[in-house]
Ligand binder design. Sequence first.
Ligand code: FAD
Length: 404
Amino acid sequence: MPERRVVVVGGGLVGSLAACYFARRGWAVDLYEKRPDIRLPEHSGAAEHRSINLAISERGLSALRRLDPALEARVHALAIPMHGRMIHTRDGQQSSQRYDVFGKHINSIGRGALVRLLLDEAGSHERVTLHFCHEFADADFAAGRAVFRDLARGGEHVAVDADLIVGADGAFSRVRQRMMAAGMMNYSQAYIEHGYCEFSMPATPAGGFALDPNHLHIWPRGSFMLIALPNPDRSFTCTLFMPWSDFARVATAKDIVPFFRAHFPDALRLMGEDSVRAEYAAHPRGSLMYVKCSPHTHANRAVILGDAAHAMVPFYGQGMNCGFEDVEVLDRIMLAVLLQEHGKSSGQTADLSDDQLRRALDEYSAARAVDTSAIVDLALDNYTEMRAKVVDYAYLARKHLEGA
Ligand code: FAD
C-alpha cells in the first residue's frame, strides 16, 4: 500500500499534538504553520497574543499520556499545580475553595513553553516534516489537494497532495471556511459583550510568589473579574475580564489605577501602580467569541480539530483541553474501526482504506459535534459562576464556619 499522507494545517497546541499522533499511527505527516518557528530565538516573541499561560486539566493530560507518559511528565515539570480557587473579597480577605477532596487539580502552564515542547516532540519524529511560514490558502478536497502560500518566498503558491487534511488552524479557521464552501456544514459564531486585558504581578523582592502559587486566584466583582495564574518564574499573569462598555469608561492608562484602587486594592499593591498603568497602555484588549459547527469532517478527506471546530470562551479553562481530547477521541475511533475491519489491530491507522477512514470520520463527527457544543455552553455559563456566584459560595462557607 502506498504511504498514507496527512497534511496538518496549524502548528499551535492542537495541530502539533495531532501531528505526533498521526506519525505514531504510521502516517507521513506534513505540518504547515503560517508563523515562523517560535522556537528560534529571533521569533520567540511571534506567538500570537492570547493568554500567556493556561490551565491544563485531566482532559488534556489524558491525551498527552496516551501518546507517551514521558511527554505528560515533561509537561508536569513545566507546570504549577492549582488545587483550588482563591476568592479575594472586596475587603481583602482570601478564601480557598478546593477543587477536589482527593487532591485532583488543574495546572498552570505557559502557552509558549507548551507549544515549543509539542513542536519539538512532533519535529523529532522521522515521519513528520514541519513547514513554517506557510499559510493555508485553499483546498480541493475531492482531489485531496491543499494549497499554501509560502510567506518566505513572497507568497508563492505550493500545492500539496494528501489523503487527509486536518484543520487545526484556530478559531478563524480557513480550512473550516473551505469545508463550508465545499459541503453542507451548520455553523454559528458569536462574540460576547466582554473583553480582556492581561497584566503581570511580579515575584516579591525576596524572590517569592506574591500570592499562594497553588491556587487560581479570582477577584469576582459581579459584572467583571480579575484572575491570576502562577508562572514558574514566580510571577503571576493577571487577566481583567470586563464588559466592553466598562473598558470604554476606563478609557486610558490614567483611569486604570483609580479603577484598581476601587475594586482590587490588594492586587494593585502587589502589581505596582506604574506597571498596571504601563501595561494597560501597552497591552491589547482581546475579544471573546465562540464557534459551533457540524459536521467536523468532510467525507474521508478533511477534519477540523481544536478551536477550528469549537472555539469557546475561556471561563471553563477547557478550550485547549478539549482540542487535545479531540485528538485522543479521533485516535480511539480510528483504531476501533481498524480493529472491526481487520479483526486484529496493527495499531497503524494509516492502514485504513478510504471507506474505513470515512466511517471513522463520520463516527467521530457525530460524537464530537454534540459533546463540544455542550462544553461551549458550559464555558459560557461558568463566566457567571466565576465573576459572581463564587462570592455567594465564599459567603456561605464563611457563615457555615462562623456557625460551627
Ligand atoms: P490556536 O492556538 O489558535 O492555533 C492555531 C494555529 O494555526 C496557530 O499557530 C496559527 O498561527 C495557525 N494558523 C492559523 N491560520 C493558519 C493558516 N491559514 N495557515 C497555517 N497556519 C495557520 N484553554 C484551556 O484549555 N485552558 C485555559 O486555561 C485557557 N485559557 C485561555 C485564556 C484566554 C484569554 C484565551 C483567549 C483562551 C484560553 N484557552 C484556554 C483556549 C485556548 O487558548 C485555545 O483553545 C487553544 O489555543 C486552541 O488551540 P488550537 O491549536 O486549536 O488553536
